[in-house]
Design a protein around this ligand. Structure first.
Ligand code: AMP
Ligand code: MG
Length: 213
């Protein structure tokens, strides 16, 4: 049986312990419920792909509680700084070059030399990330191809016992996924989302290329 945990300090600590032991924890963010695993633990990351039946070539977003920890894993750029100042914590994901010595599992990036990173704004997401301390790979907590979950019940319906624990923080506010911006070369909008192309272009003072799937 999957533990469905209300948001309390004890349960946040329990959920962080599950992550530290290689388990999978679903937790609310401001966009949708994420299915989290320790991003540095290859077996735990592999368990995300297995639970979601997600193809291994589709890379994951890594979530952090604070900018200093996040910066240890990526090649930080002035444009990343501008966007981080404007939108983090919040529903924006940045794809940056990975630091060669980063211990984040290669499975997370599906073999690319980049990683997608984000600082979520949701209080419960931040609490579990802070308690865990490191990067948490977390795609949406649903089987691949199904609609992204915005309640704990959606997670149970889609993934059931494949999740070790679910933190139930009520319905998510945004309900759409994070906007993804690539910053490995000229800025490029890789996925539309909560933050618009116009807002991003204004913040960067330049046009963004658009490359949606
Ligand atoms: P999901 O977490 O299921 O909403 O999906 C994460 C999205 O981030 C997918 O569309 C991935 O293609 C994208 N993504 C994750 N990592 C990278 C990366 N290194 N480069 C480009 N896109 C990425
Ligand atoms: Mg998804």
């Amino acid at each position: 049986m999957t533990d469905c945990l209300k948001i309390t300090a004890d349960n946040i600590a329990t959920a962080a312990g599950v992550l530290a032991n290689g388990g999978l924890v679903a937790f609310p963010t401001e966009t949708v419920y994420g299915l989290g695993a320790n991003a540095c633990d290859g077996d735990a990351v592999a368990a995300i792909f297995a639970a979601k039946q997600r193809p291994s070539f589709n890379p994951l977003i890594v979530h952090f509680a604070d900018l200093d920890t996040l910066k240890q894993h990526v090649h930080w750029t002035p444009e990343a700084e501008l966007l981080a100042q404007a939108y983090w914590p919040g529903p924006l994901t940045l794809v940056l070059r990975k630091q060669p010595d980063s211990p984040i599992s290669e499975l997370v990036s599906a073999g690319l030399d980049t990683i997608a990173v984000r600082l979520p704004a949701h209080d419960s997401a931040r609490a579990i990330l802070r308690s865990f301390g490191g990067g948490v790979a977390a795609p949406s907590a649903n089987r691949s191809g199904q609609i992204s979950p915005t309640t704990a019940q959606h997670v149970i319906d889609s993934l059931g016992a494949r999740v070790d624990a679910i933190l139930d923080g009520g319905p998510c506010k945004v309900g759409v996924e994070s906007t993804i911006v690539g910053l490995t070369d000229k800025p490029v909008l890789l996925r539309p989302g909560g933050i618009t192309e116009k807002e991003l272009a204004q913040t960067l003072g330049r046009h963004l290329a658009v490359r949606h799937k």
